[in-house]
Write a protein that binds this ligand. Structure first.
Ligand code: GLU
Length: 301
């Protein structure tokens, strides 16, 4: 569907802390995939979830990307400046009857089965209308049907949204638009053709494709990179105290990211300048070499 459109990729970090090795891998992977195909590589700061944004984190991320030679095209897009666009998207869903108000509290759905991202599968309580005397505090989008897509790295994916996810929240009780809606609105507005990101987001993709269908947006091509885990097999995040990449020497961290992505950087690049490593990586970028899963805990080369 998107083959005839010029490649537009993006990196979309959430400013919840400094970049760690896992997010560097996503940045390097999406950067190389875009630039090796003469595509644009956009940067979006995902600060739609205002309560989770850490002051100063976004500026730190921009500086880190510059230090790592990951230069983006155009202006940085800030989700916090795009609330009107999310409201438009929401209003379009509402006008078409795709969303409904929901009064359920977290505790009321706590007995439902778990979806694969750890959220609860919505049991449909308010789907046909609010229970008498109850007040809505969130809006959910109706789901139905199977979503299928071919991930360039993870292979064929299928998800039955009704049984595996349930109607999901697009506007939260605290007035915040959900990440799923914001991403879909933003990727469409920017003309993103190719999403390259960590496989921890594989479980969100079905929901995003569903929203693309409802809003009439094209579906990008997806490539979900292996998730970086620590020695205990846990995803790297602030909670697992992953080392911020700022504490690493940039060329070493690049070589570590390339090795993790199955690109086999030659030993001769050890000690080379960052621009030389980046040039080699662009010339030799091989998406087919990327493993589905991490072979083991990574480290800078
Ligand atoms: N903001 C998300 C994260 O940092 C990434 C979203 C995306 O790439 O679609 O995990």
């Amino acid at each position: 569907m998107t083959a005839h459109r010029p490649y537009v990729g993006r990196f979309a970090p959430s400013p919840t802390g400094p970049l760690h090795f896992g997010s560097l891998v996503a940045a390097v992977g999406s950067f190389l995939d875009a630039r090796s195909r003469a595509g644009r590589w956009l940067l979006r700061i995902e600060d739609v979830d205002a309560p989770r944004a850490v002051p100063g984190a976004a500026d730190g991320i921009l500086k880190t990307l510059e230090r790592f030679g990951l230069d983006w095209d155009g202006d940085v897009v800030w989700q916090s400046a795009r609330l009107d666009q999310y409201r438009d998207g929401f209003e379009r869903l509402k006008a078409a009857g795709h969303v409904f108000p929901c009064a359920c509290t977290r505790r009321e759905i706590a007995d439902s089965a778990l979806a694969r991202d750890g959220s609860r599968i919505y049991p449909g309580t308010c789907r046909g209308g609010l229970p008498p005397g109850r007040r809505a505090h969130a809006w959910r989008v109706r789901v139905g049907g199977r979503i299928e897509f071919d991930d360039r790295i993870q292979g064929h994916q299928e998800e039955d949204l009704a049984t595996e996810v349930g109607d999901f929240v697009v506007l939260r009780g605290d007035g915040q638009f959900a990440y799923q809606l914001a991403v879909v609105v933003d990727d469409a507005a920017a003309g993103v053709t190719d999403v390259v990101r960590g496989a921890d987001l594989l479980g969100s993709t079905g929901r995003q494709i569903h929203l693309q269908h409802l809003l009439g947006h094209p579906t990008p091509t997806y490539a979900h990179l292996p998730v970086v885990v620590n020695a205990a097999g846990e995803k790297l995040s602030k909670q697992t105290l992953a080392l911020p990449v700022d504490d690493l020497v940039a060329p070493d961290a690049w070589l570590g990211a390339l090795a993790f992505l199955g690109q086999n950087p030659p030993a001769a690049l050890r000690g080379a300048a960052l621009t030389e490593i980046r040039r080699w990586a662009l010339d030799h970028w091989s998406p087919t070499g990327i493993p589905r899963q991490a072979a083991g805990p990574p480290g800078p080369a």
